[in-house]
Design a protein around this ligand. Structure first.
Ligand code: FUB
Ligand code: ZN
Length: 635
């Protein structure tokens, strides 16, 4: 389980290692992910990622392949292996942990340094830390090692991790700041954060305080241009914002620059705030999150608006067709929201996790589980041609030259049960609804539900302490009209049932799930005149194959006055609830994309539209798709 605050940390909620998905929607998705994990290994071998480490370990010979952040993809994959073993133990998974663990240990230098590509190329260490990802790779190793220790009790990877962390603390630690070493001054901070949250996790796992101190130092030192490429570079590489390095974290109003870097960094700063009890830092990252949510988030929860620099845009710069919405950025935002949820206990962060999970992470992986989007567009035009490898116009792919996203999906889905519920001394808080068994202390409940298709959730107590405890059920912000045991409960909070529970007792949450039409703020220019459709936790989309034959997707208009009707289709896309909506087909070829304002358009022909959950698009080949759908209009 990822992000487990230390016992002394002043958090409101505590993660649980015992959550289990027992069936339904998420069981299928998690099994597909499990089946993809061995394929991940094959792809890491084929692309040379594992080869780099094996060469550095002296197990084989050859030259380093690819960028110097490739080790991180192996570590993310190992983290997936560890969480998957925790979900359902398997000797084959343990074998991977053991044998790759041996390779990684052998690749490590005597003084603890580890980066296979830098070692094999004989590059000077930390000479180009703005781009080399040496700390980033270390961070992913720490996360994998902590996962392996928590999931299997094995500590061989943790030993490699602590040797590397000690080396980092000796070289970059706060006590080294005055060191007159040119290398330390120039290469003080990694261009790509992640080591911050990983060091905090390593501290939590080992109790070694200097890892937390180093994380805090990395968090506080950023924002003064020290992570930025030195010298003049007119591209985003010369821009401190790209590295979250323009302003100190306490003065940053909203995440900016490279989206993955920004959200990983904010998640790390949140961890530091949690472990050091720094209320001011916590308030700063909460402000950032809030501004991001209000101004920089796509309707799916995804973040990242620019291909150039894989970056956040300005406030309200959220183009559906050019959305970058990198899969890793969705995962990093989930990690950040999770930490804020633990710190505050506020349901808004769990709402965010749910939004991101269903609509920003899940769309990135095929239903079969082994193909991925790197970029998650919200609009694929008819006949779109994929240019660069990561273009979503190609459809999902098994792997990428820059392969950060696939193993990130694998580790997040393998670790997903942790996100379902948390515990406190006197109760259990259910954040995500899935068929599951959840245990906090001596309080165990079984959750039965057809979520996300149906809003009925039945919680049956299996075992309860002989004292008053509280069962808190999240009522999502969209769940108007929800009831618990027949009594109305307000959306956007937790319904709290407190009593001495008896085994066999039930608590029933009902959440009506009518389709909802959403409009964007007018400042989101590219979505003006359109609606997005949501139902329950899911954002919907129209995709070519579901529309009347011969219809060109761009010609479809939705009638906002006719409420879309749900229809469950067990036969379609692994079983989905589709929405049937009324609408019209714009007719007549346009002579020009522009016409005088007020000039009537040819009368549209009525037609029906079918919407599918956005996460399920592109599973029948790459077709035209859009989330934001133009509404019927006459001018
Ligand atoms: O730099 C490592 C990873 O590659 C980033 O997180 C992604 O955005 C991609 O650039
Ligand atoms: Zn990625």
């Amino acid at each position: 389980m990822t992000a487990v605050p230390s016992p002394a940390a002043p958090v409101v909620l505590r993660p649980l290692s015992t959550n289990q998905v027992t069936g339904g929607f998420w069981a299928r998705r998690l099994e597909a992910n499990r089946a993809a994990i061995p394929l991940g290994h094959e792809r890491l071998v084929e692309a040379g990622h594992i080869g780099n480490l094996r060469i550095a370990a002296g197990e084989t010979t050859g030259a380093a392949q690819g960028a110097s952040f490739r080790d991180s993809d192996v570590y993310k994959w190992l983290e997936a292996v560890a969480w998957e073993h925790a979900r359902r133990p398997d000797e084959a998974l343990l074998d991977h942990l053991r044998s790759l663990g041996r390779t990684i240990a052998a690749a490590q230098c005597d003084d603890g340094y580890l980066n296979s590509a830098i070692q094999l190329r004989g590059e000077e260490r930390y000479e180009r830390l703005w781009s080399s990802h040496e700390h980033y790779c270390a961070g992913h190793l720490f996360q994998a090692a902590v996962a392996a220790a928590r999931a299997t009790g094995q500590t061989h990877l943790l030993e490699v991790a602590t040797r590397l962390a000690d080396h980092l603390a000796d070289t970059f630690g706060p006590d080294q700041r005055g060191a007159e070493s040119a290398r330390v001054r120039r290469g003080e901070l990694d261009g790509h954060p992640v080591v911050e949250m990983a060091l905090v996790e390593l501290y939590r796992q080992t109790g070694v305080r200097r890892y937390l101190d180093l994380a805090r130092h990395f968090v506080e030192a950023r924002g003064h241009g020290r992570a930025t490429k030195p010298g003049f570079d007119p591209s985003h590489y010369g821009d401190p914002a790209h590295y979250s390095d323009r302003l100190p974290v306490r003065e940053t109003a909203a995440p900016e620059g490279h989206a993955v870097r920004a959200v990983y960094f904010a998640a790390g700063a949140t961890d530091v705030a949690i472990e050091t009890g720094d209320a001011e830092l916590l308030a700063a990252v909460r402000r950032q999150y809030d501004t991001m949510r209000r101004q920089k988030q796509h309707v799916t929860g995804a973040v990242g608006s620019r291909w150039d620099g894989e970056a956040f845009g300005e406030a309200y710069e959220l183009p559906p067709d050019r959305a970058y919405a990198e899969t890793c950025a969705a995962i990093g935002t989930m990690q950040w929201a999770w930490r804020l949820l633990l710190a505050t206990g506020e349901s808004a962060y769990a709402d965010q996790i749910e939004l991101l999970l269903y609509n920003a992470l899940l769309p990135a992986v095929s239903l079969a589980g082994a193909d991925y989007f790197y970029v998650n567009t919200l609009h694929r035009r008819t006949g779109a041609r994929g240019d660069v490898q990561r273009s979503p116009a190609h459809g999902r792919r098994p792997w990428f030259n820059c392969a950060c996203c696939p193993p990130n999906v694998m580790r997040t889905l393998a670790g997903l049960p942790a996100y379902l519920a948390t515990g406190t001394e006197d109760g259990l808080q259910v954040h995500l609804y899935a068929r599951s068994t959840l245990t906090s202390g001596g309080f165990t409940v079984d959750v039965e539900t057809e979520y996300p298709w149906d809003g009925l959730v039945t919680v049956t107590v299996r075992e309860a302490p002989r004292r008053e405890v509280e069962l808190a059920l999240r009522v999502p912000d969209w769940a108007e009209g929800a009831t618990v045991d027949g009594k109305p409960v307000a959306p956007g909070g937790y319904a709290r049932v407190r009593r001495v529970f008896q085994a066999g007792e039930r608590v029933v949450l009902r959440m009506p799930m009518p389709a909802r039409l959403l409009v964007a703020d007018d400042r989101v220019d590219a979505a003006r005149g359109c609606v997005a459709v949501a139902r329950g936790p899911l954002v919907y989309a129209i995709e070519g194959p579901d529309q009347p034959s011969g219809v060109v997707l761009e010609d479809l208009r939705i009638d906002p006055a006719t409420p879309p009707r749900p229809e469950h289709r067990p036969d379609l896309l692994d079983g989905v609830t589709v929405l049937r909506a009324g609408g019209a087909l714009a007719t007549g070829p346009a002579e020009s994309p522009y016409r005088p304002y007020g000039q009537p358009v040819p009368p549209p022909r009525p037609t029906d539209l079918t919407l599918i959950p956005y996460y399920a698009w592109a599973n029948r080949g790459p077709h035209a798709m859009r989330v934001w759908i133009p509404t019927q209009r006459n001018t």
